[in-house]
Write a protein that binds this ligand. Sequence first.
Ligand code: NDP
Ligand code: DXP
Ligand code: MN
Length: 388
Amino acid sequence: MTKLSVLGSTGSIGRNTLEVVRQFPERFQVVGLAAGCNVDLLKEQIDRFRPAVAAVRDEAAADMLARFFGGSNYRPEIVWGSEGYRQVAALDAADTVVSAIVGAAGLEPTLAAVEAGKRLALANKEALVAAGRLVTERAKARGVDIIPVDSEHSAIFQSLQGNPRNALKRILLTASGGPFLRATPEELARVTPEAALKHPNWSMGRKITVDSASLMNKGLEVIEACWLFDVSPDRIAVHVHPESIVHSMVEYVDGSVIAQLGVPDMKIPIAYALTWPDRLPVEAPVLDLFELRRLTFFPPDMERFPCLRLAYEACREGGTAPAVLNAADEVAVHAFLEHRLAFMDIPRLIESLLDRHQGGAATTLEAVLDADRWAREEALKLAAAWCR
Ligand SMILES: NC(=O)C1=CN([C@@H]2O[C@H](COP(=O)(O)OP(=O)(O)OC[C@H]3O[C@@H](n4cnc5c(N)ncnc54)[C@H](OP(=O)(O)O)[C@@H]3O)[C@@H](O)[C@H]2O)C=CC1
Ligand SMILES: CC(=O)[C@@H](O)[C@H](O)COP(=O)(O)O
Ligand SMILES: [Mn+2]
């Protein structure tokens, strides 16, 4: 029986994780849940999965959640804020933590899970983007396995199984291209949040969906792959693959390319991350290649989608540059979703901050958090100045 703490349980990954748990009650027990502000959904999850501890964002949300349990016999311990998230991430009763809070807000809970020696099923790519060195070095020191949940990284991880790492030549990271794959620069300048939120293949949270549309998601995934698989960005080639069936590939020194394929359904990589090296008979649609008939691949256009270029540049620069890239993106995406910035202001804002930031080593949490804070403050100022 795997005992799980799920961070970000009310989000898209969190809900898919709990769906996997629902399908295999004999394999999993939920001992901790952490959400942001969605206390209604969290209450439903608590009723169903009966965790010992539940965390929410602040005291007001904790009070609201506690009120739901007024007359009932059972209620979990309710905790809140950064200390509460740390508690759920490091619960004695948990052996595995699913890290699925969105954004850099997931970094400290992820580190807490690593420090507590929990097996980490990692969806929160921003933790690796902002603090990849810290997270991977601490995991190594604690003997913690980081199992990727992100579909591409799960595919790479699966394609590497049984093959010695030193024979790896390149990672071929697939990208759907998002909803604006064929948009002209003039069209890109005018796209709306509503259009950006219509991902062609995946149903996901709002922030990652906009990142997919700008190709920043792919940029974040390049950085994530560098840390997870210990490769330089020059050995990661993004392949646009609009069908989202080949979830990524690895090329070996002998020219062999090994891929993982499947329907775009996150329950598959989530279940694998929870049970690796075993596989579960997950209830998900079946891949029918006869129906698909054709799988296509082409190179990304980094002129129309500068976010991908910026992520490669930040990755090559290293230090705190990726933390700045990530924080600036979070602020810009939020402003875009509120109709305060145009879509192409996202890369413009990020580039402006990367140009201005004073590089530094990202070897301590304080250095990463300082860079993140600086980038957020400056990004907010720019977003206010550019507000449409
Ligand atoms: N969705 C997907 O298919 C994939 C997602 N990922 C990654 O997984 C992570 C989660 O993505 P996704 O599930 O789509 O995101 P969602 O927006 O759907 O969910 C985000 C979760 O994080 C919680 N949350 C948001 N802000 C905070 C905060 N400041 N402190 C604590 N909790 C917070 C939300 O709580 P609440 O709603 O209660 O406020 C919610 O539970 C991201 O890093 C994403 O890049 C990676 C691959 C695929
Ligand atoms: C499901 C998942 O892993 C997402 O990160 C997905 O890959 C987004 O797709 P694109 O960024 O390729 O559009
Ligand atoms: Mn992905």
